[in-house]
Design a protein around this ligand. Sequence first.
Ligand code: KG4
Ligand code: ZN
Length: 335
Amino acid sequence: MLILGIESSCDDAAAAVLETHTAGQATVRSSVVANQDQIHKRFGGVVPELASRCHVRTILPVLEDALELAGCKLGQIDAIAATRGPGLVGSLLVGLMCAKGLAQTLGLPFVGVNHIEGHLLAPLLEHRVEMPFIALVVSGGHTALFLVEDFGRYQRLGGTRDDAAGEAFDKVAKLMGLGYPGGRIIDEMARQGDRRRFKLPRARVRNARFDLSFSGIKTAVALTLRSGASDAGAAPHDLAASFQEAVVDMLLTPTLAAAREHNVGTIALTGGVAANSRLRQRLSAEAETAGFSVVAPSLKYCTDNAAMIAMAASYRLLRGERDPFDLDAQASLAL
Ligand code: KG4
Ligand code: ZN
């Protein structure tokens, strides 16, 4: 079965062609992403209205590119899937309407996908992962821990009470005057910094072992900057390294605890922040010591993409399920 996947939940317009035979086993024939960082850069964050307008311009060329790279024509596609939430409603509508319009015109099955389910199943695009597994989804919009029991069976164990981890990286980079998106910049600066130089808090949420909070650390960085302590010499690098280390600590503690408690063999790391080199390095080392294997998709499948959306639709389509054409976009769709 050839599935055309479409993703437009935030600031990336993406399309992909996935060839699938059985649930969870698939080949990515193409995956194209049009990134909008240049548009949002000067605002230091995504501007929803600009994001959706840009999607209107780019979604069809992205789709055409995905088909061309996959070496197939629209007539060879067997089903169409698109993200229906959560995300920015204006952005979601562009991809969803495009998918529904195409499916209806071509008489193809259509499935609407939860974006988070896409991230949870992204590791399956390149690896065989035995279920159940623990998945840490860390991006600019989401930070949560899930127990993936089976296709369609996900238990949210906990997550952030305030900012997402990527949002914290971006806000701290903005405070430090480093540019947008800040995660990659902080990651690079931290390589030359002393991660023990600044003592930053590792927040814990009382009576919720798997929950997280990043607002305190953001304030702590702001106070450090205000105190003038980070002005001298290598201090910005040290501050980047100290901040990153604290975020990694906060992410790893509940992840390893969840893996132990649920007795799984594998921990999957996914979402844009999964690109973080220190997070990857420490999770691999600490999980291995604790007896878990770690699966992290290539960076192109960690960040928002449409191949993961097609993957999340594939098991439902293979079962013969389809969604009605009046399925709506939902900004805060729960999993
Ligand atoms: O998954 P994604 O592409 O989009 C969302 O759904 O949010 O994630 C983007 C987020 C941004 O906040 C960005 O700063 C962060 O991922 N990010 C990183 C790194 N690369 C991207 N954060 C930390 N270290 C990185 N290397
Ligand atoms: Zn995402």
